[in-house]
Design a binder for this molecule. Sequence first.
Ligand SMILES: Nc1ncnc2c1ncn2[C@@H]1O[C@H](COP(=O)(O)OP(=O)(O)OP(=O)(O)O)[C@@H](O)[C@H]1O
Ligand SMILES: O=C(O)C1=C[C@@H](O)[C@@H](O)[C@H](O)C1
Ligand SMILES: [Mg+2]
Length: 173
Amino acid sequence: MPSTLQRPIVLIGPMGAGKTSVGKRVAKALGRPFVDTDKLLVSRHGAIAALFETHGEPHFRELERAAVAETLASDDVAVVSLGGGAVLDESTRALLADAHVVLLTVTPEAVGPRISGSDRPLLHHDGLAAWQAIAEARAPIYASLADLTLDTSHRPLSHVVDDIVTWAGTEPA
Ligand SMILES: Nc1ncnc2c1ncn2[C@@H]1O[C@H](COP(=O)(O)OP(=O)(O)OP(=O)(O)O)[C@@H](O)[C@H]1O
Ligand SMILES: O=C(O)C1=C[C@@H](O)[C@@H](O)[C@H](O)C1
Ligand SMILES: [Mg+2]
């Protein structure tokens, strides 16, 4: 049954934490629309790795900020999964003030298999070492925004989804 959630649920966290997979399932469980901003950007501008290579990361962040702003301005969208670095942008962070923000975390040990073979440009050179450095540098930003934090390292997707759905039902509208 569709929920009456008044504010969107926004999933943040490092690459491979499960934002896309979990967000899609939370939206389905709530019977509400879902947007993954990485997927939105790919549908409009092509592969993220090519965008980084051709136009650079700052250009990608601008496109990302616009995509997040547009998505959160829609009355229809209830669950939004962001790209891992979206919260680096100050104005993107400000857009999250009215959302239920859920931080998904994952340990380096657990994320290894999840990111192997992923086409994330920031991981092209050093893989797991790059992931770890990026995740550590961003951890304070993620933590400062989170209303709920869930570690996904050793938990099936369905348990993470159930926790978010239950928590959303207890949050003030
Ligand atoms: N709790 C989990 N247990 C096991 N595997 C998981 C879990 N959550 C996600 N995965 C797997 O990890 C991979 C990455 O997940 P996902 O794409 O959802 O991460 P993400 O946070 O959206 O990453 P990105 O920032 O790169 O978009 C997928 O193959 C997914 O099936
Ligand atoms: O953590 C990051 O900076 C990124 C994560 C991905 O979701 C993509 O948005 C892109 O590869 C950048
Ligand atoms: Mg994703």
